[in-house]
Design a protein around this ligand. Sequence first.
Ligand SMILES: Cc1ncc(COP(=O)(O)O)c(C=O)c1O
Length: 456
Amino acid sequence: MTTTPTRTGVADARVRHLAQAERARYEAANPRSRAQAERAAEHLMFGVPLHWMNDWATPFPLQVTQAQGARLVDADGHERIDFCLGDTGAMFGHSPPAVSAALQRQAGRGLTTMLANEDAAVVSALLAERFGLPKWQFAMTATDANRFVLRWLRAATGRQVLLVFNGCYHGTVDDVFVDLVDGRPQQRGSLLGQVHDLTHTTRVVEFNDLAALEAALAPGDVACVLAEPVMTNIGMVLPEPGFWERAIELIHRHGSLLVMDETHTISSGPGGYARAHGLVPDAVVVGKPLGGGMPCAAYGFSAELAARAEAAKRAAPPGHSGIGTTLTANLLAMAAMRATLTELMTPAVFATLHARCTRLAEGLRAAIARHRLPWCVTQVGARCEFQFCATPPRNGSEAGAAMDDALEQALHLFLLNRGVMITPFHNMMLVCPDTTDADIDRLLAAFDDALATLTA
Ligand SMILES: Cc1ncc(COP(=O)(O)O)c(C=O)c1O
């Protein structure tokens, strides 16, 4: 075996060897998952209900039977500690008791009516208090919330152009699928079935690049900048000190608006990253864990933006606005959000999550140092991520260049075979209120073993 380390500090041959051994181990240990996956494949495209469920590192899809707190049980009866937590949807644990109880209470009293109830007033007041923005509307997913916000902001400003950061992800909102390739915007080739050239109305610059941001805003046609306050989907990219303060100044100077998508950075605290860092965007989007695992999302506007959006709606002819879906803000969703906001999205819960995640991040750093690997670890509250580069990336291009699919998949499968699961697509881990110190130790021990095997 050739054991010359590559850029990641690990030899390709060792990665291939580990992947092969771990695939065999997985196949031997999960016969019921395999049988169930084969049965399901008869009527499911790709063998799974959503094609990207196939993107886990497993040779065939793991079949889950139960999920509770920080754990899930699979079809072969293995209990696994879950640090993926539904990629943030279950950030407050699987089936949190407060949300389960609220759902049970509501379940016999109406599920969906297309009418408001008392929960809507309570939930919007709690959101206003947490995020510091006074006016709220709802959606079922963060994707939809982003889509609706774009529509409102284009209508409110009369401007067409959207500005995003290279390597961003804001759900399956078509408009954001534009990358910077050799300094030019290019529609992402992976986007299926889109017939419009999105580069006409989407501009893209690198994160942390104030000069590029200013140049892109200068024509005065940008309706809004849609951004995560910390990039989290191409690996984590932190804003440099002062970046957001200066960016907000530039955005407003050019008559544009800032939408902060806090769907992942809600891990920073009950009001997201912006609130925790004293930043004031014009609009905020929050989804995933907002309903404790139920499909719920919300978006908040400043008073001024809300007034402009309401004026745009009143000025438009009667009819469909292109905003909303029938089951949005249904009674069950409102009950779930009320329970989550009251019992789980609280400063006390976040203090626990942050302390646990700090322990995890420090343990990962220690293991990486022990094995002398050129990797770094970034933490944003309750989430952290290791990346295959020695210093944290400054933008999406650097973060993308640090990725290594083969290494990532081998490592993830190694961990999963030892009872711990981390998020597919990148190296992200989340803790929930039920994650114990022993759970973290188990992940750290498995991670250390994996690195030992890869670098032996
Ligand atoms: C920042 C951000 N916004 C929006 C979304 C979309 O969330 P959903 O898939 O629940 O619509 C995601 C999903 O990963 C995300 O990371």
